[in-house]
Design a protein around this ligand. Structure first.
Ligand code: ATP
Length: 294
């Protein structure tokens, strides 16, 4: 499998505070990659490093085959970048925004390419509308169009759906799948559980460390957390005991209880023989919560 990003022992500090701590990783080509982790864990900083936007203090790396410390201009011309702020020229129309960015990006036959892109993303019906008059969802699509007008091989999306409605999010993800099917590598920063579940590969960061790299199923299996559903006669007694146990998550719903933690099921079965204890897949939220406690 070819890699479009390779990082080796990357370190970065701001004002003597370590923000990226000895991170090495490889990103396979053509996949949808999720960068996840709590606020302030270093996701955006690492992405900016990969894109050649900020310098590193130690380590080495490449993006699209170009050195992140020496060939920043080449990296910038071969990638697309979209942030949650949808950086658009508000007083230009949709078509003017696209042609402007396309021209800056050195796109040949820009008029034709912009027309095709607008049709592909459904933006053609708003081509003469000022960007500031677009709804949040359409601003997001225009921002995506601007990020891919030069047909990059890799696209970076930093929380692109944080401020749009569920339907726009769904449509946005259909476009992501379409771009991915055409061979584009997509790296997305997100906090949304449903979006994390859509990624082919995940990188979980916490306090500047890379704590996990792998698929969703590997992430779910990587923690020996257990989730059980419990119901039965001694339910109240069991519930009271669970409330006293530290580091477990409890969801109480009328006649049943869901408990996630490092549980000794055999012991519980002996202590509460009448309870029906069903082991279910640990929810992703629980695994992420557990990782963030490291
Ligand atoms: N230019 C900067 N100067 C000083 N500190 C910075 C700078 N950029 C980021 N930081 C600090 O680096 C740490 C990591 O920030 P970063 O934005 O990379 O995290 P993040 O995981 O992307 O967070 P979020 O999910 O909130 O966007 C934070 O403590 C942040 O305050």
């Amino acid at each position: 499998m070819k890699h479009c990003v390779e990082l080796s022992s990357i370190c970065k500090s701001f004002n003597k505070i370590k923000v990226i701590n000895d991170i090495s990783l490889e990103i396979p080509e053509g996949k949808i990659i999720g960068f996840i982790g709590p606020n302030g864990s270093g996701k955006s900083t690492l992405i900016n490093i990969i894109c050649g936007l900020i310098s590193i203090d130690g380590g080495s790396g490449s993006c699209m085959g170009f050195d992140i410390s020496l060939e920043q201009a080449k990296i910038k011309s071969s990638i697309g970048y979209m942030t949650q702020n949808f950086t658009l020229w508000e007083s230009l129309t949709v078509i003017e925004n696209l042609k402007f960015i396309g021209t800056i990006r050195g796109v040949s036959d820009v008029d034709n390419k912009v027309e095709l892109l607008m049709i592909r993303l459904g933006l053609d019906r708003f081509k003469n509308t000022l960007a500031r008059h677009l709804s949040g969802g359409w601003k997001q699509k225009l921002s995506l169009a601007c990020a891919i007008v030069h047909s990059p091989k890799m696209l970076f999306l930093d929380e692109p759906t944080a401020s749009v409605d569920p339907l726009s999010r769904k449509e946005f993800w259909n476009l992501i799948y379409e771009l991915s099917a055409q061979g584009m590598t997509i790296l997305i920063v997100t906090h949304a559980i449903d979006e994390i579940e859509k990624c082919d590969r995940l990188f979980y960061m916490n306090k500047g460390d890379l704590l996990f790299a792998g698929s969703l199923s590997q992430l779910l299996q990587s923690h020996s957390l257990t989730t059980i559903l419990v119901k039965g006669e001694s339910f109240d007694e069991f519930f009271t005991e669970m409330l006293r146990v530290k580091k477990i998550q409890i969801v109480h719903r009328d006649k049943w209880l869901s408990v996630t933690g490092y549980l000794n099921i055999e012991e519980l079965k002996i202590k509460y023989p009448d309870l029906v204890i069903e082991i279910i897949t640990t929810p992703l939220e629980s695994v992420l919560y557990n990782l963030s406690c490291h």
